[in-house]
Structures are given as structure tokens and as C-alpha cells.
Design a protein around this ligand. Structure first.
Ligand code: ADP
Ligand code: MG
Length: 359
């Protein structure tokens, strides 16, 4: 595979978790080899190159924040949207990497470091700029959007052909609204104003709690839904008169969003024998994952990128919601998470292939 160009706004990292205790007990062997000193991984007869590889003999995971996420935070303060996406089969370490599980106390994932850095930056810049921070937290389950920071949970949003679907009675709708920049923004999802890291953490925890409570079958449901935690930063120059590239509220405010996406598990649906049909190879359980793969690979394709209409954002709720934060000047980091165990070989290979399309 070719190296992606330096100025490419999509970066793909691989995060290989250690064998779990259970995998070891069951005699699991590692099936991935990172070529020392490179970001190249070997699996069976295949090799894949990424922008970065963490774990499994690659760089230590501790470097991930600096290398992958810090450039996005710089962009955020310059007014550009960006997106961090964790992809992989259930159990591969997406939530661990992102840090969306408040119960995981032994390890602080990316979100913790992101919050810390944002508040530090705001403190450093407080003489020059005035800041307002908001967060929203939604999940997408079976093409329905749920607001995780509000008590009214599920609402339908308009379909891709423009017809509104049924709206559940008595609940304020969460709508996908066409934004001025041509993208989609989440209109109607709760945006909570936060002024401390503690408040932001509380929103994250509340949303995580709701994500599991709202599910009838906690494990399967949460592994089938995409969770999007969004940090919205508005800033105003205190020494007015300077140019502000993007206005979103009032004239002098510059506004940018950082989306942190913990995707649904990428594993293929295992149809039971009684159903009599075998899923064709390549059929995804999830429309969003399928559409996201197409969008990200189109973004990496110079020809398609120049003709924005060929980027198939409209094929799923996930890609429509992220549209204003994927492509263009937006920075995107996909972190593909994998288990090294040989009995996950097939899913791991699928993840490597999927992530490789993004480069
Ligand atoms: P996913 O969200 O992809 O389903 P999780 O993040 O819940 O997977 O990870 C599954 C298990 O593996 C958890 O118990 C988690 O603590 C552990 N784990 C994941 N990644 C790592 C890692 N890099 N180092 C150590 N443990 C990990
Ligand atoms: Mg998870």
C-alpha cells in the first residue's frame, strides 16, 4: 500500500491490545507481528502499513494521544472540526482506547486526556480569548438517534430522501439539520454547557449510564450502537477586530466541534443455521459502518475528494451526522482496535482491511 501524503487529513492508527487472561487460558497465540521500527504489521501472508501502530511491539499506547489526537485539538482551537473514531470488533478495545467507560478506573483513555488538554489550553489562552464549551452525547442504534443527555430518548430523524419518518409522540425530536456549511448538525440534541472538567466528566458518565440503561440487552445493544460524544468549543477574541474564519453564533464567535466516536462492533452477524441463509462475505451488520468505510475511503481518493458529491455521506445516519467533521479541512483519526489472538484471526484481518481502505 502507498504511504498517505503528509497533508492528508485522514490518519489511521492500529491499536493492538494484549492477549486477555481468558485468551491465554484458552491457549490463544498471537497472530500479529509488528515489523520492528516500522508501522507495518504482518498477519498470515498479508501485510498492512498504518500511520502508527500501538501495542503488540509497536509504539507504546501512551504516545497515541500526542501523535494522533493533539493535532486535532490544535485544529479545534483554530476553528476546525475533527473526529476521532474507534473501530473494531466487540472486545477489541474501542471503549478502552476512547475512555468512554467511566467504570474503567485503572486506565484513562483518550477522552480524559482530551478534556484535560482543552481545559489547560483555555486557561493558558484566557487573556486573549473568551471560551464557551458545550457537550452533546448521542448514540445511533438501528439508524435511530438517541440523545444520551436528555430524558426523552429516541426520536426519528428525516430519511435520506427527505421524508420525515414517524415521530414518537410527546418527545422533543432530535433532528438532523442541514447546516450552513452543507454538513449536518445535530439540532435538538441536548447541548450541555460545561465550565469545568468535572462537569464534562459528569456528562460523559451520565450518558454512559443512559446508554446501558436504555438497552434491554446491555452487551449486545451497546456493542451494536455508535456512541458520539461531541465537544463544542466556541471562542471569541478578546482583542476584537481580528478575522474569525467560522461564525456559528453571533458574529465574533468561532465555533468548532470535536467528535469522539465509539463505533458499534465491526463483527459480522452470525446467522443461526435455522435461518437457512448465510450472510455473504462482506455484508456488514451495520449500515453506519458500511457507509463510513465508503466515505473514508472516498476521502482518501484524490479524484473523488475533488468532487464532493461522490463522497457518499447520505448513506447512513452516522455519516450524515459526521459530514461536517469529515473531509475538507477537518482532521480525522481512525483508531482500528484489534485483539492479537489467533482465534480472532478472521475479524482482525477484516479490521485491518477496513482500516487500510482509509489510507
Ligand atoms: P470494545 O469496546 O471494543 O468492545 P473494550 O474496550 O471493552 O472493547 O475492551 C475489552 C476488554 O479488553 C476490556 O476488559 C478492556 O479493559 C481490555 N482492554 C482493551 N484494550 C486494552 C489494552 N490496550 N490494554 C489492556 N487491556 C485492554
Ligand atoms: Mg465498547
Amino acid at each position: 500500500m502507498e504511504n498517505s501524503s503528509e497533508n492528508c487529513n485522514v490518519k489511521v492508527a492500529l491499536h493492538i491490545r494484549p492477549l486477555s487472561r481468558l485468551e491465554r487460558q484458552n491457549g490463544g497465540k498471537e497472530c500479529l507481528d509488528v515489523v520492528p521500527g516500522t508501522a507495518k504489521v504482518l498477519i498470515d501472508k498479508n501485510s498492512f502499513i498504518f500511520d502508527h501502530i500501538y501495542g503488540g511491539g509497536g509504539s507504546p499506547s501512551i504516545n497515541m494521544f500526542e501523535e494522533c489526537v493533539m493535532p486535532l485539538l490544535d485544529a479545534l482551537f483554530q476553528g476546525y472540526n475533527s473526529t476521532v473514531i474507534a473501530y473494531g470488533q466487540t472486545g477489541s478495545g474501542k471503549t478502552y482506547t476512547m475512555g468512554t467507560n467511566p467504570k474503567e478506573t485503572s486506565h484513562k483513555g483518550l477522552i480524559f486526556q482530551i478534556m484535560q488538554t482543552i481545559f489547560n489550553k483555555m486557561e493558558t489562552l484566557k487573556n486573549e480569548s473568551e471560551f464557551q464549551l458545550h457537550v452533546s452525547f448521542i448514540e445511533i442504534l438501528k439508524e435511530e438517534v438517541r440523545d444520551l443527555l436528555d430524558s426523552a430518548v429516541i426520536e426519528r430523524i428525516e430519511t435520506s430522501d427527505g421524508n420525515p419518518e414517524n415521530v414518537a409522540p410527546g418527545k422533543p425530536p432530535v433532528q438532523v439539520r442541514k447546516a450552513a456549511d452543507g454538513g449536518q448538525s445535530l439540532n435538538g440534541s441536548t447541548e450541555v454547557s460545561v465550565s469545568t472538567q468535572k462537569e464534562m466528566t459528569a456528562c460523559l458518565e451520565q450518558g454512559c449510564l443512559k446508554r446501558s440503561v436504555a438497552s434491554t440487552d446491555m452487551n449486545t445493544q451497546s456493542s451494536r450502537s455508535h456512541a458520539i460524544f461531541t465537544i463544542i468549543l466556541e471562542q471569541k477574541d478578546k482583542n476584537k477586530g481580528e478575522e474569525n474564519p467560522i461564525d456559528c453564533m453571533g458574529e465574533e464567535y468561532r465555533c468548532a466541534k470535536l467528535h469522539l466516536v465509539d463505533l458499534a462492533g465491526s463483527e459480522r452477524a452470525k446467522k443461526s443455521a435455522t435461518e437457512g441463509v448465510r450472510f455473504k462475505e462482506g455484508v456488514h451488520i451495520n449500515k453506519g459502518l458500511f457507509a463510513l468505510g465508503n466515505v473514508i475511503s472516498a476521502l482518501g481518493d484524490d479524484k473523488k475528494r475533488k468532487e464532493a458529491q461522490h463522497i457518499p455521506y447520505r448513506d447512513s445516519k452516522l455519516t450524515r451526522l459526521l459530514q461536517a467533521s469529515l473531509g475538507g479541512n477537518c482532521k480525522t483519526v481512525m483508531i482500528a482496535c484489534v485483539s492479537p489472538a489467533d482465534f480472532n484471526f478472521e475479524e482482525t484481518l477484516n479490521t485491518l482491511k477496513y482500516a487500510n481502505r482509509a489510507r
